[in-house]
Write a protein that binds this ligand. Structure first.
Ligand code: SF4
Length: 506
């Protein structure tokens, strides 16, 4: 895929041919140039769609009425293709079917690159894409299903009317939900049995001379097997040649992918909304497990390593800690451990100021999204950062949840979700259990979102506002703040370059 600052129309008829059916196997990568804005929008929207697929998949029976209704709504919200006829007229102010198909095609390839990097990511991506495909294939008319099969060279032999007649009884007894009339009406396909192992295993088809006789409505199983095989091979190839870490052309992908937060949780919105005295109580009530874990580790060890300080520091900034509060918070904790006040001022205060955009490049760093926490920089020994649902051993996670008084059945539900790699859904379940609600009512994608939703639910934020006026007067005394000298700051910045490298002190 090429990237440029301008968006261009598709090149050549072969690209147009890709869109003559609303569904595709994504066999050919897009060859056009796309703008970075489009790149970001497409990636984020497909990710949203796949997250909805994941969410609905654990909440409802796949293909149940609710499942189909909600997925259909998300399709049309996000402008992904559903219509079987191409037609290129725009609905007033809307997106044409052609543009939707193009978006479907390109966005699939963008996420394919992002999700080819590890086994976990590949598995998650394949599962969601398969579920998405199943829904879309099921939504096609019989004619469009056949068109799709032919277009993709899945030309299975149709069983002749005579053969169907001679095998009628056997087809009825071996295929689920068929009667004499439906056998006559339905098309049956002869497929080599090794291509239909799922149906053979569940004894849903008639077998004869190495062929499985598959009724039209079961052909989706064969198509899905094919799609799974193609996608898994394609991801392995992408990992070898095109993963973002191997190919600098794709670096914007990582930026935008990790930056998908759904909402901006920057400091400006919440500044000054909490007091330092509230943090201990809030960590138990409203912090997601990752931040609760970091807070506990900080209080116990009076220190956090680089990854933990970044993750927790930016989260605290996002929930409303001012720079002065942050300095006081980190300083008071670190001096209880092995770092004396002088060392803190020299080695750490600058980095806190940097985090708030007051030093160096003056970048206003934003808190990490769940995706960033889950996908990057896994914790090693002595680290407390990361996502406990993703990075903790299940046994340790279980103990942690027991300590936090989560019920045994709740723990089982969470562990099931973790086993299925639905880490954010596991976190959402933790939210529901610890807030005593049946449905969290939001789709979690950010630790700060967790905090905000928790506060809304607990007391609409009244508790915070009530206390902050009292506490701000006593705690925010600038005389207590020790800043490094300008000379020290400048030297440190020159030596260390940026925030990330500055924080690498262990
Ligand atoms: S899912 Fe997100 S908010 Fe929850 S623990 Fe993991 S990183 Fe934190």
């Amino acid at each position: 895929m090429l990237f440029s600052g301008r968006s261009k129309k598709l090149i050549g008829s072969s690209q147009n041919d890709l869109y003559d059916h609303c569904l595709q196997f994504y066999g050919q990568p897009p060859l056009e140039n796309i703008s970075l804005t489009e790149f970001e929008t497409f990636a984020v929207e497909r990710l949203k769609l796949l997250k909805t697929v994941e969410n609905l998949g654990v909440s409802y029976m796949k293909n149940s009425e609710q499942y189909v209704m909600r997925l259909k709504a998300e399709f049309s919200n996000l402008n992904f293709p559903l219509k079987t006829e191409l037609g290129d007229r725009k609905v007033q102010g809307g997106t044409s079917e052609y543009e939707k198909r193009r978006k479907d095609h390109i966005s699939h390839f963008i996420l394919r690159l992002a999700y080819c990097q590890t086994e976990d990511l590949r598995r998650w991506f394949i599962q969601q894409e398969i579920d998405l495909f199943r829904y879309r294939f099921g939504d096609l008319t019989s004619k469009h299903k056949t068109d799709f099969l032919h277009k993709n060279n899945l030309k299975y032999e149709t069983v002749s009317a005579e053969e169907k007649k001679s095998l009628k009884d056997k087809l009825i007894t071996s295929s689920y939900g068929l009667s004499g009339i439906t056998v006559e009406e339905y098309d049956f396909y002869k497929v080599p049995f090794q291509d239909a192992l799922d149906l053979v295993r569940t004894r849903k088809v008639y077998l004869l001379a190495g062929n499985a006789y598959i009724p039209h409505h079961e052909i989706v199983t064969i198509v899905l097997n094919d799609f799974r095989t193609r996608l898994s091979k394609a991801l392995a190839v992408s990992n070898k040649i095109g993963a973002p870490s191997h190919n600098n052309q794709c670096s914007p992908l990582e930026i935008h992918f990790h930056a998908y937060v759904g909402q901006d949780y920057s400091i400006q919105k919440n500044i000054g909304k909490i007091s330092l005295e509230q943090i201990d109580a809030l960590s138990g009530k409203s912090f997601p497990l990752c931040m609760r874990h970091l807070h506990k580790a900080l209080r116990e060890n009076h220190h956090l390593r680089h990854g933990g300080r970044m993750q927790y520091g930016l989260f605290l900034k996002g929930i409303g800690l001012t720079l002065e509060q942050a300095l006081q918070f980190w300083r008071s904790e670190f001096v209880k451990g092995k770092v004396d006040a002088d060392k803190f001022d020299k080695a750490y205060a600058y980095s806190v100021r940097h985090m708030f955009g007051k030093e160096g490049k003056r970048t206003d760093y934003t808190p990490y999204s769940c995706m960033k926490v889950i996908l990057s920089n896994p914790p090693s020994q002595g680290d407390y950062h990361g996502c406990p649902f993703r990075h903790s051993d299940p046994e340790l996670l279980k103990q942690k949840l027991q300590n936090y008084k989560v019920s045994p059945s709740g723990i089982n539900q969470i562990l099931e979700l973790v086993k299925g790699m639905h880490y954010q859904l596991a976190c959402q379940k933790y939210f529901e259990l610890t807030h005593n609600v049946e449905d969290a009512g939001f789709s979690l994608n950010h630790p700060n979102q967790y905090f905000t939703e928790s506060q809304k639910l607990l007391d609409g934020g009244r508790e915070i506002k009530k206390e902050v006026d009292m506490s701000q007067r006593s705690q925010e005394n600038p005389a207590n703040m020790t800043r490094p000298s300008q000379a020290n700051s400048k030297q440190a910045h020159e030596e260390m370059g940026d925030l990330d490298s500055f924080f690498q002190d262990e």
